[in-house]
Design a protein around this ligand. Structure first.
Ligand SMILES: Cc1ncc(COP(=O)(O)O)c(C=O)c1O
Ligand SMILES: [Zn+2]
Length: 475
């Protein structure tokens, strides 16, 4: 790739980019890590640097994350040489020439306002309205945790069309499924993905078949059914369902959003980073706190920040990444705590946090590397703390999170308590799913009948003031 300086032509393409601070490097996090897992190396395969970057294709191809072998764009996800995961490669110079703050800001809300940073050629004709969820200032929660006013913000992804951030990843995978000519959209799900896949397929006009653990929360099974999907409960763990899905994808030729379309699916999580940075006024925060199941969301938010820096849209700075897992299924947190590089699979997850119950996380080693090299951590959260955090979040901020959100808030709390986050750090916590899908989780470990003015369900009363008063509710 050439290192030509900016031309007049580029300047006219990207007016506000010129006003943007100049990025000091491509990595969000110093020092530059050695090449290895989770490390971006600029690829110049297939980039025709004779062509003006403003007119070059943004999407170069796929590439193995382990051995960097290039692959053509297609519904493939594993490197034929070393079986490493594939990811999308972009021409960053072309993106920089084609995108600007002003162009993004002029567009309608939703994830497609960041089109140039996504692995899709054009905005899909059909699909759900995903993204542009609020970044809430959370002073009341922040104060309880010991953070200064204005320092804690919640990315409220409980408000996506199917009530979780999974709508983001599915939107990208579904757009690609259509482009590749698939007629069936499928997934292996821990719960939220099933609903997101079912709804996206409905909106586009594809058939949906979703595979979930047979003992999943009924609300999540029902949610997927609401969109007309075929729901297949499997008597097994998520990891077993994932293995089955690999076989079915191969045999049936279906588009499994998180299996054979995984390189595209994963890019969808970057939109959380794009939105958060734009909502902060085109700035990066000091700390991100996020839940980890496969580790895809966690690592892709970091990559999203790197992409913004590379595109000249935000200034480079250190962002510490703090991940959170449920103690009963916390392979990445355990490796972090012991200082090991070895992520030992959890064969039988034991937690109320079903949405994060992945015993063998595909992106676990990248998540571990990210937390380590940014000075972050991976927190393991007991179920009682998750439940208490769901209640605290609801009580202080009016946001009702599902278990993954409880894990995030409890993980944040732990990190503050351990001094990993200071009172003046600017923190963005990702609340990735809505509590209506896990209604019982908020009462885990709580004695039934606790009620009255601190909140809680009061036994039914007769319709009289005397009864109201007798119940101890009068002030
Ligand atoms: C609500 C919610 N948050 C976070 C995650 C974690 O996603 P990832 O597998 O990308 O780590 C999931 C995964 O299912 C989820 O359902
Ligand atoms: Zn490889």
């Amino acid at each position: 790739m050439t290192t030509e300086t900016t031309t007049t032509d580029e300047r006219s393409q990207a007016p506000s980019m010129m006003a943007a601070p100049v990025a000091t490097g491509l990595a969000v996090v110093p020092p530059a890590p050695p090449v290895g897992p989770g490390v971006e190396s600029e690829s110049d395969d297939k980039i025709d640097d004779e062509v003006d970057p403003a007119r070059r294709p943004r999407i170069v191809g796929l590439r193995c994350r382990s051995c960097f072998r290039p692959e053509a764009v297609g519904p493939s996800f594993v490197c034929p040489a070393c079986f490493g995961p594939l990811e999308v490669v972009y021409d960053r110079e072309a993106i920089r020439a084609q995108v600007s703050r002003a162009a993004i800001e002029a567009r309608a809300p939703g994830i497609w306002r960041y089109l140039e940073l996504l692995p899709v050629d054009e905005v899909p004709a059909r699909g759900l309205a995903v993204g542009s969820t609020p970044l809430l200032r959370a002073d009341r929660l922040g104060a309880e945790l010991g953070l200064a006013p204005g320092r804690l913000r919640l990315k409220d992804d409980t408000r996506n069309p199917t009530l979780s951030f999974k709508d983001r990843v599915v939107a990208i995978a579904a757009a690609r499924a259509v482009a590749f000519g698939f007629d069936t959209l499928a997934c292996a799900s821990t719960g939220n993905l099933a609903g997101a896949t079912a709804a996206a397929a409905a909106a586009i006009g594809l058939r949906a078949v979703v595979f979930v653990p047979a003992d999943l929360e009924p609300a999540k099974i029902d949610h997927a059914l609401s969109y007309g999907a075929t729901v297949v409960p499997v008597r097994g763990t998520y990891d077993e369902i994932n293995r089955l899905s690999l076989e079915i994808a191969d045999e049936e030729g279906w588009a499994f959003v998180n299996v054979n379309l995984r390189p595209f699916y994963a890019e969808g999580s970057k939109t959380l980073a794009f939105e958060a940075a734009e909502q902060l006024g085109w700035r990066l925060p000091d700390v991100v706190v996020a839940p980890i199941a496969s580790g895809s969301l966690f690592t892709k938010v970091a990559r999203g920040f790197e992409d913004l820096v590379a595109a000249g849209l935000v200034e480079d700075r250190l962002v510490r990444f703090i991940g959170a897992q449920a103690e009963g299924c916390s392979p990445v947190a355990q490796a972090f705590a012991t200082g090991s590089d070895d992520i030992r699979p959890v064969r039988a997850p034991d937690t109320i946090v079903r949405s994060l119950a992945i015993g063998s996380p595909a992106d676990g080693r990248y998540a571990l590397a990210l937390a380590r090299r940014t000075g972050g951590s991976i927190e393991a959260v007991p179920d009682e703390a998750t439940s208490a955090a769901i209640r605290r979040l609801g009580r202080t901020e009016g946001v009702f999170a599902e278990t993954a959100g409880g894990v995030t808030v409890a993980g944040l709390e732990q990190a503050v308590r351990r001094g990993l986050i200071g009172p003046d750090d600017e923190v963005v916590a990702l609340i990735t799913g809505n509590g209506v899908k896990t209604p019982d989780a908020k009462w885990f470990g709580v004695e039934p009948g606790a009620g009255s003015q601190s909140g809680g369900l009061v036994p039914p009363i007769e319709p009289s003031y005397a009864a109201f008063s007798a119940a101890g509710l009068a002030e």
